[in-house]
Write a protein that binds this ligand. Structure first.
Ligand SMILES: [Zn+2]
Length: 412
C-alpha cells in the first residue's frame, strides 16, 4: 500500500479507531493492524474525514477587495463594484487570484469544489479560461467542477447565453443562474432549465437572495424540477428570503423542496454581510436554518461563496469555520446538530454534487483529511485544525498541532 493512516476515527456513529489503507489512489482496506505501507502516520485517535466539499465558491472574483471600495455593503453595490473590477480581469489575473484562494482552501482540508464562474459579454470567457487552467494546475490537491452562470442577467444581456453554451461545450459541467439580477427572473429560470436539459448537466442557482420574503422563486424552481424530472440534480443557494417567513409558510416550502429533490446551499458569511443593510436596529441576519430543512428531508450544504471581495470582505476558505459560524447564528447546540453541520460540509455536500467516489470506505478515492479532534461534533464546536491532507493517497499539506511552551519549574 502507498499510505496507511493508523488509529483513525472515521465514523461518527462508531467511534472506534481503525487503520485506513490506500493504494493506487483509492482506499483498499479499513481495519486493524494493516500491513506496512510506503508512508505511515499514526493519527492517534483523531477524526479523519474524506476532505471538505465546497459546493459554492467564486474563485474568479476572489481577492479583489483592494480594487474595490464597499461603503453601503449592499448586494447592488457588490454587484456594481464587481462588475467594474471584472472589466479588467484577464485569464492570468483570474488564475493568480484564484490560486491564492484555492491554496487557502487546500490548506483548510478542501478536496472537492464547485466554483461558480461568470460569463457575459463584459468578461467573455476570460474568467472561464483562467479557472480551467486553475483546475488543471491544482488537480494534485483538489477536484474542481465549473458551474457557469450569468451574474449580470441572462434575458437582458444579449450574448450571455451564447457564452454559457460555449463554456458548457468546453468543460463547464453545471449551469447556474442569478434570476434576481435579471429583468425577467422567471424567464431566466426557464432558460437555465432548457440549457441544462440540452447539455444534460446539473443546475445550481443563486436564488431568493433578498431582505424581504416577497416574490420568492423557490416554489417555481420546485415545479420545474418535477416537471422535467430533475430531482436530485438541482441546487439553490442563499435563499435568504426563506429565513424571513413564519413557520406556517416555511413548512410547506420545506416539504416542496424535499419532495422535488431540490438541495439548498446556505452561504452564511455572505448572507450575514449583505442582508439587513436597510435596518438600523434588530437587524435581520438572513441566514437560512439549513439543519431545520435537513430534518425535513431536504439535502443541504454550507459553503464559503465569496472570498475577500465586495460580497464578503472575509475569507480563509475554512469550511470548518463556515460551519461553526452557521452553528452560532442558527442556534445549533446539540451534539447531533453539530454532527449535521459537519455533514453539510462533507457528506451532504458530496451528495449535492453527486460524487460517487467520496467517503472513507473501501473503493472510494483516497482523499483523507486528519482533523485535530476526536469526534465530529467537536470538529465544529471547537473549530478543529486540519493537520494532514491527502489527495488520492498523496500528501498535499501538513501542519503541526499547536504546542504550549510552559515555563520550567524553577521559574514558576
Ligand atoms: Zn454565489
Amino acid at each position: 500500500m502507498d499510505l496507511v493512516l493508523r488509529n483513525a476515527i472515521v465514523d461518527a456513529a462508531a467511534p472506534t479507531a481503525v487503520d485506513v489503507g490506500v493504494a493506487d489512489g483509492r482506499i483498499v482496506q479499513l481495519g486493524h493492524g494493516l500491513a506496512e505501507a510506503a508512508r505511515e502516520i499514526d493519527v492517534e485517535g483523531r477524526l479523519v474525514v474524506p476532505g471538505f466539499v465546497e459546493t459554492h465558491i467564486h474563485l474568479d472574483k476572489a481577492c479583489i477587495l483592494h480594487r474595490c471600495k464597499p461603503e453601503r455593503g449592499t448586494l447592488d453595490e457588490a454587484i456594481a463594484q464587481a462588475r467594474d473590477a471584472k472589466a479588467k480581469f484577464t485569464a492570468d489575473d483570474v488564475f493568480e487570484r484564484g490560486s491564492r484562494a484555492l491554496e487557502k482552501a487546500i490548506l483548510q482540508g478542501t478536496t472537492r469544489l464547485r466554483t461558480h464562474v461568470e460569463v457575459d459579454p463584459g468578461i467573455g470567457l476570460r474568467g472561464f479560461e483562467g479557472i480551467k487552467r486553475l483546475a488543471d494546475a491544482y488537480r494534485w490537491a483538489v477536484d474542481i467542477e465549473i458551474c457557469v452562470f450569468p451574474q449580470e442577467g441572462l434575458t437582458n444581456f444579449a450574448g450571455t447565453e451564447d457564452l454559457m453554451r460555449a463554456a458548457l461545450s468546453q468543460g463547464a459541467t453545471v449551469v447556474g443562474a442569478a434570476p434576481y439580477t435579471d429583468t425577467n427572473p422567471r424567464a431566466q429560470i426557464d432558460r437555465v432549465f432548457e440549457i441544462a436539459r440540452e447539455f444534460d448537466v446539473d443546475i445550481d442557482m443563486h436564488l431568493d437572495l433578498g431582505d424581504s420574503p416577497d416574490q420568492m422563486d423557490v416554489e417555481y424552481v420546485c415545479d420545474l424540477t418535477e416537471r422535467y424530472r430533475y430531482g436530485g440534480r438541482v441546487a439553490i443557494g442563499h435563499v435568504t428570503k426563506l429565513s424571513m417567513i413564519p413557520p406556517e409558510r416555511f413548512e410547506p416550502i420545506a416539504k416542496r423542496l424535499a419532495d422535488a429533490g431540490v438541495a439548498v446551499t446556505v452561504l452564511p458569511a455572505t448572507d450575514l454581510y449583505l442582508m439587513g443593510r436597510g435596518q438600523r436596529h434588530s437587524v435581520i441576519r438572513g441566514v437560512l436554518p439549513a439543519h431545520q430543512l435537513t430534518r425535513r428531508g431536504v439535502n443541504c450544504s454550507l459553503s464559503t461563496n465569496n472570498v475577500l471581495n465586495p460580497f464578503t470582505p472575509f475569507g480563509d476558505c475554512s469550511l470548518v469555520r463556515i460551519a461553526n459560524l452557521y452553528a452560532n447564528i442558527c442556534h445549533v447546540g446539540t451534539r447531533e446538530e453539530m454532527r449535521e453541520c459537519l455533514a453539510m460540509v462533507t457528506d451532504r455536500s458530496a451528495q449535492l454534487m453527486r460524487l460517487q467516489d467520496y467517503g472513507v470506505a473501501v473503493g472510494k478515492l483516497g482523499d483523507l483529511v486528519v482533523l485535530d479532534c476526536t469526534s465530529s461534533d467537536q470538529a465544529i464546536a471547537e473549530l478543529a485544525t486540519p493537520l494532514y491532507g491527502f489527495k488520492r493517497g498523496r500528501m498535499t499539506f501538513s501542519r503541526a498541532p499547536g504546542e504550549l511552551h510552559r515555563p520550567s519549574k524553577s521559574t514558576t
